[in-house]
Design a protein around this ligand. Structure first.
Ligand code: ADP
Length: 439
């Protein structure tokens, strides 16, 4: 790289040029005029070079400097090498930012960086999912306006950040979020948001759990006990009665078993500390597996079941939980539809959101029950539910799973006509694969 410029040589050239003009002027007796013309020519030449330099700097797409000589070559080289240095620095900085972004996307909590004017500078993917922020549209927006929660607003303006704030999620009424604000350099703030729903629910859960389970287990145990008491000591009992007793006791014990299994699933989901948005779930494959199980369950019912599954739609979530939720909805449709019904299962893109839905033309549900269906142990028709072996926990599991995945269960039903159970996942939570696995 050229660094020192031969000034002496350059000045000598100008002097030689002007001296030649003077000599010419002397011979032609026009000394002043030729000197003036020479100086003007020199000036014009430099202006021309300035014009070319300006063109190269502002309009030319070429990065390397044009081939000129002398002082102008030195200037071009200087600018060019400063540009190269800058570009390298920018590249290195870009790399640092990229790594920082990747690191912060991997954070287990939602994070928002806010400047001294409360304007959002940056947020990670979890913040977009947990608080419904959009990126980059929300850059520069006031954080308290975008989070849009009264308590957070007061908390933010009070500037007492020693204690965290616990509030119901502004976009999901079933979630409790903890906001921690950490000030750092230049009055900037880092807002860290953590899902603490589980912690707050644990105490409530524990109390309800014992009451509900004992109530649910009491009925089958009473039936079994009743039959056992009827059995004479020596086991001598008419055969028909014996058969009925055994079959009834068997069905009651199956009921207890399925109840306990579902309770275990529910408590596993509620107590799970697994983060919901870390792993990508191949939902199409999961649904194809459930399809096989549904076909087996459908053997006696003989419904027509149609599966319309987009093979490219994946979701960030917990596979075992999604499997529980989706299979519960599909099996319910099979169980609560009279023989020979029609069931449609869909996993498709609707606008920008991914939608899962199960539609049946079964018994349907009267509107007064719909809001309560996801309560634990709630059953519309206890007798029918008993014949299906239902515990009344299925939809409660579905609701928990969906809430964990920031989605809501939508139920539409007409008594005697059928029902549609559906849920949606936001674009931030979904992933469209380019090369789907074949079915
Ligand atoms: P269960 O274990 O009894 O099936 P769920 O929580 O899965 O419990 O469902 C609660 C109640 O909602 C069921 O008892 C049933 O009455 C009603 N239900 C669920 N799915 C359907 C459906 N597809 N069609 C009609 N009723 C349904």
């Amino acid at each position: 790289m050229q660094r020192t410029f031969p000034w002496l040589r350059s000045i000598a050239r100008v002097i030689i040029f002007l001296a030649s003009c003077a000599l010419l002027g002397f011979y032609t007796d026009q000394l002043l005029l030729t000197l003036l013309l020479g100086a003007f020519g020199l000036l014009a030449w430099h202006y021309w070079r300035l014009y070319r330099l300006n063109y190269w700097l502002w309009h030319s797409k070429k990065i390397s400097p044009p081939g000129v000589r002398g002082i102008w070559s030195h200037i071009y080289q200087g600018i060019y090498s400063a540009n190269v240095r800058n570009r390298e620095k920018r590249k290195a900085l870009g790399e640092v930012i990229r790594r920082f972004r990747q690191g912060s996307e991997a954070l287990p909590d939602a994070a928002i960086v806010v400047d001294r004017d409360a304007e959002i500078i940056w947020c990670n993917r979890l913040a977009r999912i947990e608080l419904g922020l959009s990126w980059p549209e929300d850059m520069g927006q006031k954080v308290y306006e975008r989070i849009n929660d009264k308590q957070f607003n007061t908390f933010y303006h009070a500037k007492r950040f020693e204690q965290p704030l616990e509030v119901t999620s502004p976009i999901n009424p079933n979630k409790v979020l903890e906001f921690r604000v950490v000030p750092y350099e230049d009055e900037n703030l880092m807002v860290i948001i953590r899902d603490v729903t589980r912690l707050t629910q644990i105490e409530k859960m524990r109390k309800n759990f014992v009451a509900n389970v004992s109530h649910e287990l009491k009925t089958p145990l009473t039936v079994i006990n009743g039959y056992l008491e009827m059995l004479p000591e020596n086991g001598d009992m008419p055969e028909a009665m014996m058969k009925k007793a055994i079959s009834e006791m068997r069905s009651q014990s199956v009921r207890m078993q399925s109840l306990i299994e579902e309770l275990l699933v529910l408590s596993r989901i509620e107590a799970s500390t697994e983060r919901a948005f870390e792993k990508l779930v191949n939902v199409p494959q999961l649904l194809w597996q459930i399809q096989v199980e549904a076909d087996a369950l459908n053997r006696e019912k003989n419904h027509k079941i149609f599966f319309d599954i987009s093979p490219i739609l994946y979701v960030y979530g917990i596979e075992s939980e999604l499997r529980s939720a989706f299979s519960n909805l599909i099996f319910n449709a099979i169980n609560y539809t009279p023989n020979g019904g029609v069931i449609e299962v869909k996993w498709t893109l609707e606008g920008k959101q991914v939608k899962f839905s199960v539609k049946d033309n079964g018994y349907g549900i009267a509107s007064e029950h719909i809001d309560r269906l996801t309560e634990r142990f709630y059953r519309v028709d206890k007798a029918r539910s008993r014949t299906t072996g239902g515990s009344g926990l299925g939809l409660s599991i579905v609701k928990h799973v969906l809430s964990h995945h920031n989605s809501l269960l939508n139920i539409q039903s007409k008594l005697g006509k059928g029902s549609t159970f559906s849920c949606r996942f936001s674009p931030e939570q979904t992933y469209i694969v380019e090369q789907p696995l074949s079915h």
